[in-house]
Write a protein that binds this ligand. Structure first.
Ligand code: PGA
Length: 253
């Protein structure tokens, strides 16, 4: 059985107080009516990780992710945060290679791989993101684009570590646009990604790796998207900033 996961990527939103209030409310809603089969993750900005971690450690129900990490353990990298530091804080997951990191910070597949290796090294589970642009899809090159991203990142992970990796397929044209991929579009890409994992690693890895969908997922479209056989949950942006909406998505898995 594959693990069902819903992760909220807060991006650069929420002050500490706002983040604590949001996490508290999410926990409250999950306490009222638990969803034991779904792993619920929140990914606040770095500045809120520690206090939110303390809240989560006390209350349970939710797990903690960071939105990025640096590939080196320590050193002269002004402004960066290492996987070591995150793990030390109690963070369990880290989102890597989000399309915004690729677009605004020129992150490459090689960097995504190096960061994923640094994360796995300390026991952090990477959520490796991939996804094509609208132009690539319109030209019918979406499969090739995603394959290239994964070939140079996910598929180079040490096979002994692949069981700890999570994948998120997020078509760039669907992120924050209100235009989600159709369940069929998402399913065919998820099945394709799973076939790549199967070809490179053992069949068991392909069967057990969780592949999340992200891109304008909300409480209205979640159920249909999550009903697809190769979609194991979601990476949620905008809709993760409201507790009721986020928890409704969790319940749709
Ligand atoms: P969105 O973002 O849900 O706001 O489209 C998803 C993401 O960027 O992870």
């Amino acid at each position: 059985m594959r693990k069902k996961i819903v992760a909220g990527n807060w991006k650069m939103n929420n002050t500490l107080q706002e983040g604590l209030a949001l996490t508290f409310r999410i926990i409250d809603l999950l306490k009222e009516k638990p969803v034991p089969d779904v792993k619920v993750i929140v990914a606040p900005p770095f500045t809120s990780l520690h206090p939110i971690c303390e809240l989560i450690n006390k209350e349970g129900y939710v797990h903690l992710a960071a939105q990025d990490c640096h590939q080196e353990k320590s050193g002269a990298f002004t402004g960066e945060v290492s996987s070591d530091m995150l793990f030390d804080l109690g963070v369990k997951y880290v989102i890597l290679g989000h399309s915004e990191r690729r677009q605004y910070f020129n992150e490459t597949d090689a960097q995504v791989l190096a960061k994923a290796e640094a994360a796995l090294d300390v026991g952090l589970r990477p959520i490796i993101c991939c996804g094509e642009t609208l132009e690539q899809r319109n030209k019918g090159k979406h499969f090739a684009a995603v394959k290239k991203q994964l070939k140079n990142s996910l598929l180079k992970i040490n096979p002994a570590e692949i069981a700890h990796v999570i994948i998120a397929y997020e078509p760039v044209w669907a992120i924050g646009t209100g235009e989600n991929a159709t369940p069929e579009q998402a399913q065919e890409m998820h099945a394709f990604i799973r076939s790549l994992v199967k070809r490179k690693f053992k069949k068991e890895a392909a069967n057990t790796i969780s592949i999340l969908y992200g891109g304008s997922c909300n409480s209205k479209n979640a159920k249909e998207i999550f009903s697809q056989p190769d979609i194991d949950g979601g990476l949620i942006g905008g809709a993760s900033l409201k507790a009721e909406e986020f928890v409704a998505i969790v319940r749709a898995v």
